[in-house]
Design a protein around this ligand. Structure first.
Ligand code: CA
Length: 670
């Protein structure tokens, strides 16, 4: 989700805790009414079928009548049966059908205020046909790939050990240079042995070679915008327009009309990644839906699932036309049960919450604790902001400033992001890595993962003014993602006078700061080969010509790739970069005093976090000229210097007065 205009609004609401936005008598009355609705959160909601019966249960407390329609096909057919459902307990409507209904499709229709609403597959469809308009009755067991019962993702003790790689299925494989057969599909990442025209690995082999621990896949639930009946038209979308939350997106399957294909193929992708030791994080967007009155939420329980303004219109903290109401029990349970379902059925290893601050803190805490019960390795992080004002009071929002109240949840650090490369929404603005002074203290906030540190003055922070994280496990560090300009494009716009080689140096410095900082590093797919998006900052529906990664870059930018690979290796081999508590950081990470402008230097001392190295010296020079620094005398191994890096060491050095090359990191260890 785009974060434009978010911070100002967030700041305004934080400052007005006593008088939260939009609270009026009408709002209070509406909330009281919704709170009185009965709720039902059994896992048998909507469909529970085997080969001799199919039981249906729709939650719709205010419905006057509810109908179930059975269809022989996913579209272009009339209902073979239309059945009146019976009012049951806890706001639900039920019907039980005898016989084997596998292979059939169904929809519900709800009568509300005397009017039959449009048919809907419901909110709990677990299988659908083309474009998701009809839910499918299938045997989920039949979608499991071979060996699925023994499939496990990587064990994660601390999220700080994770290296996140954010990717879109089409970006990753659709370009001919990928050498992948199943272009733009889930199956792309099941293909091994793929390579670009010059023989460098692509796809899953590339991920293994790079060394990341988890892929973070952009929305992969069934979304609205790409017409699954017209795949040859090669439409592109990021997928932040949710339609069916509990089904994979059809356009990423080889056959959207076959309800089992998308499910089986997504599981095959997960299994292939797990077999390669790589975990799968899913981007989830429960904060809004693609449609308002026509969404599956509105067609099953009109009004309930959304927040409204005092005049009854949809409030819009998502910037997409509506926002959901996680503080209401049935919606909160929906989110919790939905992520549990993805973890159970698809073996998903982590969840990234889009515009997480639209959700309430209590729901997010339930999400984190319920997932840990399924698998202690699962982790949760999100965008700790909204994209507009919300009726939910700021003190209840899952904002980054409230993350200390959310144990087991991490937030993206926009502090480090903007300070290192320049402001996200001002293309020409520069940051620390591109030579703009005045960002040093905010970069330090990022280095200590927004935890309290005796040498960091939060009053000088550009974005946040206090140490909001209680531990480094609550911070995701990054300098670019699918939103806004890619790092390559940002550098092109903000340093137009620089050569390509100089921009690549700046990218290396920026990512070296990310990957050596405390917290969890996150990178955007293709940055390791210096991919761009031709200067398009909001490419959510841009064609493949903008979004696809050209894998021939892995050859032409081989040095860049090797740098990223070694940087990742360094982080993985050295726990000093992956401390788990604020106290450890305060004790073991010591900044140099009186450093020059646009220079940051610190020491990780006393075998930090059990590191084999007693001392690690990290120096960043954001200036376009060489700078001199004083390093303690002794026998050092040079790990990074002058745009080069080698986790096992480039050479040795004696300390004393040392030169840090322009726009680069000097890392020493002993
Ligand atoms: Ca779809």
């Amino acid at each position: 989700m785009n974060t434009n205009s978010v911070k100002a609004i967030t700041a305004m609401c934080i400052g007005s805790l006593i008088m939260p936005c939009y609270i009026t008598a009408a709002t209070i009355e509406r909330e009281a009414q919704y709170a009185s609705w009965p709720t039902y959160s059994g896992t048998d909601l909507e469909l529970d079928a085997n080969d001799h019966r199919a039981n249906f249960r729709l939650w719709s407390p205010e419905a006057e009548s509810v109908r179930l329609m059975i269809y022989p096909t996913d579209r272009n057919s009339s209902a073979s049966e239309t059945i009146e459902m019976q009012q049951s307990t806890d706001g639900t409507w039920t019907v039980s059908l005898r016989g084997n209904y596998f292979g059939k499709f169904y929809t519900f229709s709800v009568k509300h205020n005397g009017k039959w609403l449009d048919e809907t597959p419901g909110v709990w469809a677990k299988a659908v046909g083309t474009n998701g308009h009809r839910a499918a009755i299938i045997d989920l067991q039949s979608t499991n790939p071979e060996g699925w019962n023994n499939d496990r993702g990587p064990e994660v003790e601390n999220i700080t050990d994770v290296i996140l790689y954010e990717m879109h299925h089409r970006d990753m494989s659709v370009d001919p240079s990928s050498g992948i057969v199943n272009k733009g599909k889930f199956l792309a990442l099941t293909e091994s042995g793929t390579h670009n025209p010059t023989g460098e690995s692509t796809g899953i082999d590339h991920l293994k070679e790079l060394g990341i621990t988890h892929v973070h896949i952009l929305p992969s639930y069934d979304y609205n915008s790409v017409d699954e009946a017209n795949l040859p038209s090669n439409q592109y979308n990021w997928g932040y327009d949710p339609y069916n939350y509990n089904v994979p997106e059809g356009s990423y399957s080889t056959n959207p009309a076959d309800p089992t294909a998308r499910i089986r193929e997504m599981k095959e992708m997960v299994k292939a990644l797990h077999d390669a030791g790589i975990g799968v994080v899913m981007d989830v967007v429960y904060n809004h839906t693609a449609d308002n009155d026509g969404s599956n939420f509105s067609l099953t329980a009109p009004g309930y699932y959304y927040r409204h303004r005092p005049d009854g219109s949809y409030s819009d903290a998502s910037g997409c036309g509506n926002e959901t109401a996680s503080e209401r029990r049935q919606m909160s349970d929906f989110i919790v049960n939905s992520v549990k379902y993805w973890a159970d059925e698809y073996h998903i290893d982590g969840f990234r919450f889009d515009l997480m601050a639209i959700h309430d803190i209590e729901t997010m805490n339930r999400v984190a604790s319920e997932l840990k019960k399924i698998n202690p390795s699962i982790f949760v992080y999100g965008e700790g902001w909204t994209a507009g004002d919300s009726p939910l009071p700021a003190d209840r929002r899952a904002l980054k400033e409230n993350v200390a109240k959310m144990d087991g949840i991490a937030v993206f650090s926009d502090d480090l992001r903007d300070a290192v490369k320049g402001h996200y929404s001002n293309a020409i603005d520069r940051g620390f890595a591109t030579g703009k002074p005045g960002n040093e203290e905010t970069v330090k906030i990022g280095i200590v993962a927004s935890t309290a540190h005796p040498q960091v003055d939060y009053s000088k922070g550009n974005n946040s003014k206090f140490a909001y994280a209680s531990a480094p496990t609550q911070i995701i560090n990054y300098v670019s993602c699918h939103d806004d300009l890619t790092l390559t494009d940002k550098l092109a716009k903000s340093m137009p006078e620089a050569s390509e080689a100089e921009r690549q140096r700046a990218a290396r410095l920026a990512q070296t700061i990310v990957f050596t900082s405390q917290g969890t590093p996150f990178m955007f797919a293709g940055e390791e080969v210096f991919r761009d998006k031709k200067g398009v900052h909001n490419s959510y529906n841009s064609p493949d010509s903008i979004n696809a990664i050209d894998w021939s870059l892995k050859h032409s930018n081989a040095e860049q790739f090797n740098y990223y690979k070694e940087l990742i290796k360094l982080r993985k081999e050295h726990p000093a970069f992956r401390m788990t508590t604020a106290e450890q950081i305060a004790k073991h990470l010591v900044f140099d005093k009186n450093t020059d402008e646009n220079v940051i230097a610190y020491t990780l001392r006393d075998n930090a976090n059990g590191d084999t190295w007693k001392e690690i010296k990290v120096i960043f020079n954001g200036n376009p000229k060489a700078m001199e620094v004083n390093v303690a005398k002794g026998n050092w191994t040079v790990i990074a210097d002058d745009g080069q890096i080698k986790a096992d060491g480039l050479r040795s050095a004696k300390g004393g007065k040392m030169t840090v090359a322009p726009t680069s990191a000097l890392i020493l260890a002993r």
